[in-house]
Write a protein that binds this ligand. Structure first.
Ligand code: ADP
Ligand code: CDP
Length: 209
């Protein structure tokens, strides 16, 4: 499951995994966990060489139960801190460093193993699991995505969310290594006018095909 921020990847992936009795992996949470650790270590995120030099250090562990996904860095539960604004603002820069991607993609493939899992991110169909049985590329209008995200974040406005998302989308889609793009064989699903249950039902239909 790939797509931009707020397209519904996490909620749809968890719903599909639950319905099919599969595991679930939020790869974005792993990039966020790496970013949280870099910020805590005081690594200069404007210096890709510095990020590359340190990215092998943190131990990042993801729990794959769709009902209770977890994320730990060196044994510390970071599920809350990785959603904070400072991490959200910095994550695209860390995710653009090739060495970070090599390390996290290897971890993701190790967790995915031979299957029975729904992975969500930006490069799942193109890089992490090019042989996935079903590939979905979720989209939604910029306004709908910003509306959804601002409903989750206390005190945020739709306009401010839309601006921050546009900045992150641009960074994620134009980076040199594995930019966000639709994979060969992926089905594009525009969720703007669909409810969450409708999107999950559509993905389950694609799986059953
Ligand atoms: P992503 O993982 O792509 O950033 P999320 O799954 O976190 O997106 O969804 C962002 C928010 O939008 C969540 O609060 C979720 O419940 C809501 N949402 C997701 N899909 C839909 C949809 N089709 N209709 C309405 N709200 C949705
Ligand atoms: O919270 P949101 O859904 O917007 O994003 P996320 O899925 O938590 O991902 C956070 C960031 O990690 C993205 O903006 C990308 O920069 C990066 N990412 C990536 O590069 N590759 C992935 N497979 C997943 C996330």
């Amino acid at each position: 499951m790939d797509g931009p921020s707020g397209s519904g990847k996490s909620s749809v992936s968890r719903g599909v995994a639950r319905a099919l009795g599969l595991r679930y992996l939020d790869t974005g949470a792993m990039y966020r966990a790496m970013t949280w650790w870099m910020l805590r270590q005081g690594v200069d995120l404007a210096d890709p060489a510095a990020v590359a030099a340190r990215c092998g250090e943190p131990r990042i562990e993801s729990g794959t139960d769709p009902d209770a996904p977890t994320i730990h860095v060196d044994g510390v539960d970071v599920a809350g801190p990785i959603r904070e604004a400072a991490v959200t603002a910095a994550v695209s820069a860390v995710a653009a460093v090739p060495e970070v991607r090599v390390r996290l993609v290897a971890l993701q493939r190790e967790i995915a193993g031979t299957g029975d899992i729904v992975l969500e991110g930006r490069d799942i169909g193109t890089v992490v699991c090019p042989d996935a049985t079903v590939k979905v590329y979720l989209t939604a209008s910029a306004e709908a995505r910003a509306r959804r995200r601002s409903a989750e974040v206390a005190g945020s406005t739709v306009a401010a969310q839309q601006e921050a998302m546009a900045r992150r989308d641009a960074l994620d889609s134009t980076r040199k290594t594995d930019p966000l793009s639709m994979a060969a064989g992926a089905v594009e699903l525009d969720t703007t006018a669909l409810s969450l249950d409708e999107v999950i039902a559509e993905v389950l239909r694609l799986v059953a095909e």
